[in-house]
Ligand binder design. Structure first.
Ligand code: ATP
Ligand code: MG
Length: 292
């Protein structure tokens, strides 16, 4: 069972999509099979990984309203080990169409039951709201990653998000953890950025990732080429920041990945004739030359 991480913050433009794309690509670069779920009608994750949302036949929308199975909608990206469940503008209507459905908050969780077995990580890019799409994501997730922009009012609205997480834990998903709080768009030249980082650390303590994502123009340019920053400019600060984040998350999840591999090994026995199995060790050297 892959670990499902929802990237959520109802505040707009804080770096959710950027983090979903670049974290997922960095995890995939270490040969961890990873699925991105784009559950935002803006479909920025979909275009940012090289797909044209207008040409997507089956999307998260069709999966949520029960028209197709998730496997029929998931597409491979150009990046090895990275698949995507694309979004479409139709998703705008999904919240209303789902209102009469039984257990409407659990639709994504149920859709993922089998699909997540193929992946080590599933990263969900949530829309900037706390509506039914985000609730479905938090219900399907093992953990939530909260990007916080290093700006004035950074903490504004976070109380509401934490309250939603609490309610989801009480009623829908008791296991939901906070994967971490990520400082984004950090400007090393500004005292303000440092002040905000201090304030966020005071509020969230050791839940704040050590990795900080700096403001970097390469990160902003990469989506217009349909590429994660790692595949647009691998030496940029932005690429290095997101690789560091993936490393930190892999370190924090060593136990989870070990348990998951053991389950996979049991399921795939008897061992193949050459003694190999399909599971990938977290410490394996990636074929594409990226070393972590
Ligand atoms: N570290 C960064 N450096 C420079 N630009 C960035 C960085 N992170 C994000 N951006 C830019 O900031 C804008 C908002 O980022 P993004 O789309 O990831 O936010 P979001 O939280 O997903 O927004 P929304 O709430 O609309 O979904 C984008 O134009 C993105 O390219
Ligand atoms: Mg977004």
């Amino acid at each position: 069972m892959g670990k499902v991480i929802a990237i959520a913050n109802q505040k707009g433009g804080v770096g959710k999509t950027t983090t979903a794309i670049n974290l997922a690509a960095s995890l995939a670069a270490t040969e961890h099979p990873t699925l991105i779920i784009d559950i935002d009608p803006q479909a920025n994750c979909t275009s940012g990984t090289g797909l044209d949302p207008r040409n997507v036949a089956n999307s998260t929308y069709e999966v949520l309203i029960g028209d197709v199975a998730i496997d029929e909608a998931v597409r491979q990206t150009n990046i090895p080990f990275l698949d995507i469940l694309p979004s479409h503008i139709n998703l705008v209507g999904a919240e209303i169409e789902m209102i009469d459905v039984m257990e409407r908050e659990r639709i994504l969780k149920n859709a993922l039951i089998h699909a997540r077995r193929k992946y080590d990580f599933v990263v969900i890019d949530c829309p900037p709201s706390l509506g039914l799409l985000t609730l479905n994501s938090l219900t399907a997730a093992n953990s939530v990653l909260i990007p916080v922009q290093a700006e004035y009012f950074a903490l504004e609205g976070l109380g509401q998000l934490l309250n939603t997480i609490k309610i989801v834990r009480q009623h829908l998903n008791p296991e939901l953890e906070i994967e971490g709080v990520l400082m984004t768009m950090f400007d090393t030249r500004l005292r303000l950025s440092n002040q905000v980082a201090q304030e966020v650390r005071r509020y969230f303590g050791d839940k704040v990732f050590r990795t900080i994502v700096q403001r970097n123009v390469r990160i902003a340019e990469a989506p217009s080429f349909g590429k994660p920053v790692l595949f647009y400019d691998a030496t940029s600060i932005g690429a290095r920041n997101y690789i560091a984040l993936a490393k930190e998350i892999l370190r924090n999840n060593q136990r989870y990945l070990r348990q998951y591999e053991e389950v996979q090994e049991e399921a795939s026995s008897p061992v193949k004739p050459n003694g190999q199995n399909d599971s990938v060790s977290p410490s394996s050297t990636p074929a594409n030359g990226f070393t972590f």
